[in-house]
Design a protein around this ligand. Structure first.
Ligand SMILES: Cc1cc2nc3c(=O)[nH]c(=O)nc-3n(C[C@H](O)[C@H](O)[C@H](O)COP(=O)(O)OP(=O)(O)OC[C@H]3O[C@@H](n4cnc5c(N)ncnc54)[C@H](O)[C@@H]3O)c2cc1C
Length: 405
């Protein structure tokens, strides 16, 4: 049986571990932190991601912790004018599966619980910070900061944007600062429910304005509202996901945006601020028996809400590729990279373009963009939000035909 060691127990690593276990492979996960944990923020799971969660048997568990949304709505950030609006029912009709929005910690819990039920023994080792990997003729070795090592037939680096596995394979390269920053907060809905904001917060909403995008969606039914606010800013380059900033800074930054947003922001006690980085797509993910997955392979801007979704797709394809070539993991990893790298690279580039299109500073350019959205929606009934990206949600990474393609 092929033994796979996954470095990193984040959303990507745990999804891949579940997919591999279900494919009958032997899996070990090595996580640097002392516990499996996620930041307090939401993640949008589009139809392409929900197909993978269904494939690994956790669709219903995910839905139980998902936010309740009736519409996906894009609005003008200043006037509140609706640019596009699609019901969840219509999304299901188009894509065959309902998308979801979840708290990242809840998703990690769902994935960890599935791992425990998919495997008789403990799969995850905590406090294992990988410092290097080597690929040999008959196996691969991961080395850890505590002086230990793990051997496997295949090693997968799912260790995030600062991947040690990627550095070991291809040398150091710095993430690219994108000139964009982000504020986020998770706000208890009962603090805003009584106000006139109820209609706004129940939507999965995107608000587009000069130099910025604001994304809102509910988590845990209707209990929490996830708020993520992007802005063009070349001066702040601190990457931490947990650096707090004063609410007044967010209010000043979005002064002049729609009043309902500013009132919502008032209800957020704790705000975080971080600079957004990605990397140019790289020409290779794999060396011999070692490959990359998730942000380690393709960190991207969040404008398509696809970073985690692509990590999930990686996990499904990896499992199917390894299961299809039981005696030849090197060939399986080559197939995995051949299938995944072009698509994930395309998503990285498209996410950058979406950031530019969302943040257009000129009123005329915004009106041209919104007119193009209206035309696309009219000409292509499948393109519900009119952004020309049906190729993202429509994709089924779990389909056996993906391997043949
Ligand atoms: C503002 C923002 C909003 C986003 N919204 C969305 C969204 O709506 N939808 C979506 O699909 N994506 C979204 N994303 C992207 C998504 O968060 C990431 O793409 C996703 O978390 C990547 O998962 P991962 O498992 O590859 O990496 P990570 O989540 O970074 O996990 C890596 C894991 O590896 C561990 N690790 C690190 N180094 C080592 C080491 N040396 N040894 C062992 N373990 C190690 C870490 O502790 C961690 O547990 C968003 C991102 C941002 C910044």
């Amino acid at each position: 049986m092929t033994r796979v060691a996954i470095i990193g127990g984040g959303i990507g690593g745990l999804t891949a571990a579940n997919a591999l276990l279900r494919a009958g492979l032997e899996v070990s996960v090595y996580e640097a932190a002392g516990e499996l944990r996620e930041i307090g923020a939401g993640v949008a799971l589009h139809a392409n991601a929900m197909r993978v969660l269904k494939f690994i048997g956790v669709e219903q568990a995910t839905r139980q912790v998902a936010g309740k949304t009736d519409y996906a709505v894009t609005r003008d950030g200043l006037s509140g004018r609706v640019i596009s609006r699609t019901s969840r029912a219509r999304q299901v009709e188009l894509q065959g599966i309902e998308p979801a929005t979840v708290h990242r910690a809840d998703l990690l819990d769902v994935l960890a619980a599935a791992l425990r039920s998919n495997s008789p023994g403990e799969v995850t080792s905590l406090g294992k910070r990988c410092t290097g990997v080597e690929s040999g003729e008959s196996g691969a070795v991961a080395r850890f900061a505590d002086g230990t090592a793990a051997e496997a037939d295949v090693i997968i680096g799912a260790d995030g944007i600062h991947s040690a596995v990627r550095t070991a394979l291809f040398g150091p390269d710095a993430p690219r600062f994108t000139g964009k920053i982000c504020y986020r907060s998770v706000i208890p809905a009962d603090r805003v429910r009584a106000s006139a904001l109820a209609d706004v917060t129940a939507d999965n909403g995107q608000w587009l304005g000069p130099h910025g995008t604001i994304v809102l969606y509910p988590l845990r039914g209707e209990k929490l509202i996830n708020v993520v606010c992007h802005y063009d800013d070349d001066s702040y380059r601190h990457e931490s996901w947990v650096t707090e900033c004063p609410r007044e800074e967010v209010l000043q930054r979005y002064a002049g945006w729609h009043e309902s947003l500013l009132r919502l922001f008032e209800a957020g006690d704790t705000w975080y601020k971080w600079a957004l980085y990605d990397r140019d797509p790289i020409p290779r993910w794999t060396k011999g028996r070692v490959s990359l997955l998730g942000d380690a392979a393709h960190p991207m801007l969040p404008y398509l809400g696809q970073g985690a979704c692509q990590a999930l797709e990686d996990g499904a394809v990896l499992a199917n590729a390894l299961a299809a070539s039981p005696g030849d993991p090197v060939a399986a990893l080559a197939a995995y990279e051949r299938i995944r790298r072009p698509r994930a690279s395309q998503v990285v580039v498209t996410a950058r373009a979406r950031g530019v299109s969302n943040h257009l500073p000129s009123r005329w350019a915004q009106l041209r963009r919104d007119a193009a959205i209206a035309v696309r929606r009219r000409l292509n009934k499948r393109d519900a939000d009119g952004r020309g990206a049906t190729w993202l949600a429509d994709y089924d990474a779990t389909s056996p035909s993906v391997l043949a393609g």
